[in-house]
Design a protein around this ligand. Sequence first.
Ligand code: ATP
Ligand code: MG
Length: 439
Amino acid sequence: MKNSGKPASKGPKIIPRSAHGVSRDEVSKSALKVLYRLHKSGYQAFLVGGCVRDALVGLHPKDFDVATDATPDEVRALFSNCRLIGRRFRLAHVRFGREIIEVATFRAAANHADDDHAHDDEGRIIRDNVYGSIEEDVWRRDFTCNALYYNIADHSIWDFVGGAEDVKQKHIVLIGDADQRLREDPVRMLRAVRFAAKLEFTVDESVSKAIRNNVELLANVPAARLFDEFLKLFQAGHAERTFDMLREYGLFAQLFPAVDQEFAGDEAFADFVRAALRNTDKRVDAGKSVTPMFLLGVFFWAPARRLAAIRRSEEKMSESQALSLASYELAGQQQRRVSIPRRFTVPMREMIALQPRFTATRGKRAMNLLNHRRFRAAYDFMMLLAEVGQFDHELARFWTDVQERSPDDRAEAFQIHRNPRARRRSGRRKRRPKAGQSS
Ligand code: ATP
Ligand code: MG
C-alpha cells in the first residue's frame, strides 16, 4: 500500500516560481493582502486547495483559501476585518467588501489508525480539531490535486504528495488509502466526480474501485450536507458530465433513489433530464442565474407523473391536483437523502402542477396562466419538454407567440369575446376550454 495515511516523513518537493504556471495575476488582491500581511508578521502563508489547482490547469480561480501556522486568534489580531467562525474548528474569515478570504490554521489529520477515538464505527471522521504543521495539514486533504501549497514567501509550490504530477496527468487520486479516505468522509466520492467533470480529469482506478465499494455509505451523510453538495454538483457548469458520471458509479441512485428508478424503463426521461442539465450548463456559462428548484422539478417530473396517475386512480382529482400532491409526497421522501429547503420545494410543486394547463388555450382560465407567478419557470419547463419531443410543438409555439401580443390581441388568441352580442351576431357558438385537460 502506498501512502497509507502516515504523515510525510520527507519534506515537500518544492517547485520554484519559474517551473510552474501559477501567476500572481490569477490571485485576488484581497488574498494577496492577507498572504503578505501574514508573511510580514513572521507567519507561514500559503494558498491551498482549489485555487492553486485551478490556476495550474489554466482556469481562473474564484475563491481563495489560505493556510497558515498562525492560530485563529493570531490571525484576528492582524486583521480588523476578521471574524472567527466555527466552534469545533475555528476558521478566520477576512472580509473585503463582498469577498471573503478563508484563513485556516494548519491542522493535523485524524486518520491515524492508532487513534480509535477519531473515527466512528464506519470509519467516518468525528474529530478533526487539532492544530498541526503543514506536513500534517497535507494528510487531511482529499485529493493530491487539492493538496498543493503556494508559498507567498517565494512564490514556489510545495508538493508533498505528487499533486503536481497528477494534475499534469489529469488524474484524480486520493491521498493515502483510497478506501479508508472514502469511509472517513463519503462526500469525497461526490467530490471526486465533481472535480473530474469540472477539470476533465480521469478518476484514478484506485479511486474508482474504492467508490464502487463504498457507494452505500453516502446514506450516512447528513441530508443537509448533501444538499450543499448537490448545488455544487449541478450548478457549477458541468452538470451534464457530472450526471453521467454519478449514474455510472451508482451515486445518483444514492442521492435521488426515486428519480433513478424511473430511468430504468424510460430512456425518454433521461433525455429530458440531460437536456435540462445541458441547458443549465449553458446558462451558467453565459453568467445567467440558475435555480435548484427548476432542476429538482425536472428530476421529479417522471416520478411525479407516475405517482399522480396512481393517486388519480384512487381518488377523483384533476391532473394538476394529482401532480401537486405527488410532488409533495416525493419531496417529502427525498428529504431523508438530500434535504431540500421549502423555498425550493414549494415553487417546484407549483411549476409541475401547472404543466397540464399548457394544453388548454381557450378561455379566461387559460389566459390567466400568463399571470401566474410561476408562469416563467413553468413555461421554460414546458419548452424543454417540447425540445425533446415530449410536448406538442404547436402548443409550445402558441404559448411563445401569445406572450408577444398586446392585451387585446391576447384575448383574441384565447378566443375570449368581451361582447356577447358580437358573438351572437357573428353566429358563433360559445366555446368552452377543451375539457379534461386543465384542472
Ligand atoms: P472548489 O472551490 O472549486 O469547489 P476546492 O478544492 O477549493 O474546490 P473546497 O470545498 O473549497 O474545494 O475545499 C478547499 C480545500 O479543502 C480542498 O481543496 C481540500 O484540500 C480541502 N477539503 C475540502 N473538503 C474536503 C473533504 N471533504 N475532505 C478532505 N479535504 C477537503
Ligand atoms: Mg474552494
